[in-house]
Design a protein around this ligand. Structure first.
Ligand SMILES: Nc1ncnc2c1ncn2[C@@H]1O[C@H](COP(=O)(O)OP(=O)(O)OP(=O)(O)O)[C@@H](O)[C@H]1O
Length: 616
C-alpha cells in the first residue's frame, strides 16, 4: 500500500460506524485472550468458579423435583419426613454454594478485565504521547478519546461477558439439555423448543441494537460538536445573528437521534416480547404433555417440576446469548481499533539505544532541508533550506502567509522529520540522538499558547518541576509577567485555564514565554508568539531576553518586522525557500521583497490606501 493510502487508512479505522475487517476482528480477540495470561491465577479461579456454579445451578431443579416427590410420598404416607429434610438441607447448601461460586466467578472475571483495562490504558496514553504530529494532523482528538474510553470498555468487558459467559452457557445449556433429554426425550425436546428461537432473536436483537447504538453515538457526537462549536464560537454566532441557523443545525441532529432512540425501543420491546411468548408457549406445552404423562403414571410430579424449574433457570441465560454474541462483536471491533492505535508506527522514531544530545557550542546547522507533509506529497512545504546559527545569534524569519515559516520551525525540535537534508546541533544529527534530549535542547513558544488548568506557577515550571522560586520569578520578570501576577489575589497560586482566571491573549503568550525560558534550551524559537503583545511590552520583553539570547540561538518568526529587525540575520522565506538573507540594513539596501514588505508596514496607512486606489 502506498504511504499516502496507508495514512488515510489509519485515520479511517477510528471512524466508529466503519466495519472492521473480519480477520482484524479475530486477531483482536486472540490478542485480548493472550493478554489475559498476565493474570493466570484469576483466570483459573474464574473458570473453576464458573464450572462449580453451573454444577450447583443444575442440581437445583433435580433436587426440587425430588422434594416434590418426597412431599407427595409424605402426604401419601409412603415416605418419611427425614428424606424431605435431607433434600431441603441439600437444596439450601447447593443454593448457598451457587451464590458463593457466582460471586467468586464475577469477582475474578471482573478483576481480569480491570487488570487488562489498566494495562491497555497505560499503553494507549503512552502511545499517544509518542505518536507523530502528522498523525494528530489527520486524526480528530475526539476519536482518540473515544478509543481510550469506549473501546477500552468493550475490550475490558470481553473476558466476563464473552469468555466466561460462553463457558457458563455452554455448560448450562449443554449439560442441562442432556439431563432433560436423557430423562424424557419428548418432554425434553418440548422444554428446549424455545431455546433456538430465543437464542436467534436475542442475537439479532443485540446485533441490531449495537448497530443502531453506534449510529446513535455518532449522531450524539455531532450534537456535542455542534454544541461545542456553538459555545466556543458564541461571540461569532451572536455577532452574525446566526442563532436561528445554529438552532436548525442542532434540531436536525437531535431529531435524527430521537428517531434512532425510538427505533431502538421498538426493536427491544418487539424481540423481548417474542422471546417471552416463545418461553411461555414451550412451558404450556410441557405442562400439557407432562400433565398427561403424570396422569398416565409415566413420570412423577417431581420429574415434571424438574422440567419446569429447569426451563425457568434456563430462560435468562438463553436470553443472554445475544449479550454474549454482542460481546464478541463489540470486543472485536473495539479491540481492532485499539490495537490499530497501539501498533501505529512512530514515524519520528528514535533508535532504541540513541544517546542524548550533547550541547557544547550550541551551534545549529540546517543543510539542504526539504519537507513534504504526509497526505500532501508532491507539494514541498520546505525546500533546500540551509543556514547555520551560532550561540548568541538571533535569526529572524519572515515571509508571506503559507511560506513555510512555522513548518520550518517545527522541523528543528523534530516534531516532523525532514524528508531531505539534515538538521544538526553541534554536529549531531537530531535523528541520531534521543527525542527527549532534542526537545529539551530546542524549545518553541507557539502561536497559540495552551495553558493547563492549574496555578500560574505550575504552568511556568511545567518543563522543570523542581525549579526554585527565584528562577520562577526571574523568568516571569523577563517575560514581563511578574508585575501582573503580583496584582492577582492569589499571585503565583492563581489557577488559570478553562476553569480558572481568564487571561488575555497577550498574558497567555507571556506565560508561555516564561514557561519556555524555564527550560533553558540551546535553541529558542518564537513562532509568531508576540503577535498578541503590544509593541511596548514586546520591546520590554526583548530587552529582558537579551541576557537569555546571549546564551543560545534564538529564532524569531514574525509578521511584524518591528519584532525581528534587531536580529543578527533575517531570512525571507517564499514557497518554502530562502529567497533573501541578510541583516535588516542589508535587506533594505537590496531593495527586494523584504524592502517591499518593510515599506508597506512602515508607511502611514493613508499612503498605502491611496496607492491601492491609484492602482485600480
Ligand atoms: N499539518 C499540515 N498538513 C499539511 N499541510 C500543511 C500542514 N500545516 C501547514 N501545511 C501547509 O504547509 C505550507 C506552509 O504552512 P506554514 O504554516 O508553515 O506557513 P507559515 O509561513 O507559517 O504561515 P503563516 O504565516 O500563515 O503562519 C502551507 O501551504 C500549508 O497549507
Amino acid at each position: 500500500m502506498a504511504e499516502t493510502d496507508q495514512a488515510a487508512e489509519q485515520a479511517r479505522i477510528f471512524q466508529r460506524t466503519r466495519a472492521v475487517d473480519t480477520q482484524q476482528g479475530i486477531d483482536a480477540l486472540k490478542r485480548i485472550l493472550r493478554m489475559t495470561k498476565a493474570s493466570p491465577g484469576l483466570v483459573t479461579l474464574s473458570v473453576l468458579a464458573t464450572v462449580a456454579a453451573v454444577a450447583a445451578q443444575l442440581s437445583i431443579p433435580v433436587l426440587l423435583g425430588r422434594a416434590v416427590d418426597a412431599t407427595q410420598a409424605v402426604a401419601n404416607e409412603t415416605g418419611d419426613q427425614g428424606t424431605l429434610w435431607r433434600i431441603a438441607l441439600a437444596l439450601f447448601a447447593v443454593s448457598v454454594a451457587r451464590g458463593l461460586f457466582t460471586l467468586l466467578q464475577n469477582y475474578s472475571a471482573e478483576a481480569v478485565g480491570h487488570g487488562l483495562a489498566h494495562e491497555l490504558r497505560l499503553q494507549i496514553y503512552s502511545k499517544i504521547q509518542r505518536l507523530p504530529f502528522s498523525f494528530h494532523d489527520r486524526t480528530h482528538s475526539g476519536d482518540l478519546i473515544t478509543v481510550g474510553m469506549l473501546d477500552l470498555e468493550g475490550v475490558r468487558m470481553f473476558f466476563s461477558t464473552g469468555v466466561i459467559r460462553t463457558i457458563l452457557l455452554t455448560l448450562l445449556i449443554g449439560i442441562g439439555a442432556w439431563l432433560l433429554l436423557s430423562t424424557d426425550i419428548v418432554l425434553g425436546l418440548l422444554a428446549l423448543s424455545f431455546v433456538p428461537f430465543a437464542a436467534w432473536r436475542s442475537s439479532v436483537m443485540q446485533l441490531t441494537l449495537r448497530k443502531t447504538w453506534l449510529i446513535l453515538q455518532e449522531r450524539l457526537g455531532v450534537l456535542s460538536r455542534v454544541m461545542e462549536e456553538n459555545l466556543g464560537g458564541i461571540r461569532v454566532v451572536r455577532a452574525f445573528s446566526a442563532a436561528d441557523h445554529e438552532l436548525t443545525k442542532f434540531d436536525e441532529a437531535s431529531t435524527e437521534a430521537l428517531h434512532l432512540s425510538h427505533q431502538r425501543v421498538t426493536v427491544r420491546v418487539r424481540d423481548t416480547s417474542a422471546m417471552t411468548f416463545a418461553f411461555f408457549l414451550a412451558m404450556g406445552l410441557v405442562l400439557y404433555f407432562g400433565g398427561r404423562q403424570v396422569a398416565a403414571g409415566e413420570i412423577t410430579v417431581g420429574t415434571l417440576a424438574t422440567f419446569l424449574t429447569f426451563m425457568t433457570i434456563l430462560q435468562m441465560p438463553v436470553r443472554q446469548l445475544g449479550l454474549m454474541v454482542n460481546s464478541y462483536a463489540r470486543a472485536s471491533t473495539c479491540g481492532a481499533r485499539l490495537f490499530a492505535l497501539l501498533d501505529m508506527p512512530l514515524e519520528v522514531d528514535e533508535a532504541p539505544d540513541a544517546p542524548d544530545l550533547k550541547v557544547t557550542e550550541g551551534t545549529l546547522t540546517l543543510e539542504g532541508v526539504g519537507f513534504e507533509y504526509q497526505g500532501a506529497e508532491g507539494h514541498r512545504a520546505i525546500s533546500g533550506v540551509s543556514f547555520t546559527a551560532h550561540k548568541g545569534e538571533t535569526i529572524g524569519i519572515v515571509g508571506p502567509p503559507g511560506s513555510g515559516k512555522s513548518t520550518l520551525m517545527h522541523l528543528i525540535p523534530r516534531y516532523y522529520d525532514t524528508t531531505e537534508g539534515s538538521i544538526r546541533i553541534d554536529g549531531q544529527d537530531i535523528r541520531d540522538v534521543s527525542l527527549s534530549s532534542v526537545r529539551h535542547a530546542v524549545a518553541v513558544v507557539q502561536q497559540d499558547s495552551f495553558l493547563f488548568t492549574t496555578s500560574i506557577e505550575n504552568n511556568i515550571v511545567y518543563g522543570d518541576p523542581e525549579a526554585h522560586d527565584r528562577r520562577i520569578r526571574g523568568v516571569a520578570e523577563s517575560a514581563q509577567l511578574h508585575d501582573y501576577v503580583l496584582g492577582l489575589p492569589q499571585g503565583y497560586d492563581t489557577v488559570v485555564g478553562e476553569r480558572g482566571v481568564s487571561l488575555s491573549g497577550g498574558q497567555r503568550q507571556r506565560l508561555s514565554i516564561a514557561r519556555t525560558l524555564m527550560m533553558e534550551p540551546a535553541v529558542m524559537i518564537f513562532d509568531d508568539s508576540t503577535a498578541a503583545i503590544d509593541a511596548g511590552t514586546e520591546s520590554r520583553i526583548r530587552s529582558a531576553l537579551r541576557q537569555y539570547s546571549a546564551e543560545r540561538v534564538t529564532l524569531i518568526v514574525a509578521h511584524r518586522l518591528n519584532s525581528l529587525m534587531h536580529a543578527d540575520r533575517i531570512l525571507f522565506l517564499e514557497d518554502g525557500r530562502i529567497v533573501e538573507e541578510g541583516t535588516h540594513d542589508e535587506l533594505l539596501a537590496k531593495g527586494g521583497r523584504y524592502r517591499a514588505l518593510h515599506d508597506l508596514q512602515m508607511r502611514p496607512e493613508g499612503d498605502v490606501l491611496d496607492e491601492m486606489e491609484t492602482a485600480r
